[in-house]
Design a protein around this ligand. Structure first.
Ligand SMILES: CC(C)(COP(=O)(O)OP(=O)(O)OC[C@H]1O[C@@H](n2cnc3c(N)ncnc32)[C@H](O)[C@@H]1OP(=O)(O)O)[C@@H](O)C(=O)NCCC(=O)NCCS
Length: 143
């Protein structure tokens, strides 16, 4: 049984276990703003999605992460579907995300109808990484 809900302050321990990049302060701020979702599997937190706004405007999924034990069971798809539905309800016609070109997540995003829209390379020491792919979806197309 899968359920998607907004993250609550009490989710911090779970959240931090899967997402080591977000400070507690920022998690609390984003959770209060509706920018953090939790996927529950069989009643317990098992996945997360956070987002912000590119150009302060376009919804951009900044992290989607499913607990190992729950991968391949539809939680990622359910999280994105809920986020997209909420973004449509807010009047947004486009959603964005990005993913590293050497990671498998790009196949997941394409399975959910995200289209490749280029990428960028970072060569600044301390920040260098493989090409980051930008992916877009037209939210006005039928979900
Ligand atoms: C990528 C990730 C979020 C996918 O979540 P998931 O719950 O395992 O995916 P789902 O079960 O919802 O799969 C949805 C669809 O994507 C496809 N898919 C998922 N991972 C895939 C992969 N690695 N390669 C190809 N297709 C994939 C599934 O086949 C499925 O298609 P279908 O519904 O047509 O059968 C999850 O594996 C994960 O957390 N990975 C590690 C973190 C990560 O890379 N996050 C994304 C970067 S922000």
């Amino acid at each position: 049984m899968v359920r998607i809900r907004f993250a609550l302050a009490d989710d911090w321990d779970f959240w931090h276990g899967l997402d080591g990049r977000l400070s507690r302060e920022l998690f609390l701020r984003k959770a209060a703003a509706g920018e953090c979702y939790v996927a529950e599997g069989d009643g317990a937190p098992a996945g997360l999605l956070r987002w912000n706004r590119f150009w302060d405007e376009v919804p951009f999924c900044t992290l989607l992460y499913i607990d190992d034990a729950w991968r391949g069971r539809g939680l990622g798809r359910a999280l994105v579907a809920r986020w997209e539905a909420d973004m449509r309800a807010l009047g947004h016609g486009m959603a964005m995300t990005s993913t590293q070109s050497d990671e498998d997540a790009q196949y997941f995003w394409r399975a959910l109808d995200y289209r490749d829209a280029g990428g960028f390379d970072i060569d600044i020491p301390g920040y260098a990484q493989p090409t980051e792919l930008i992916m877009l979806k037209d939210l006005r197309e039928a979900p």
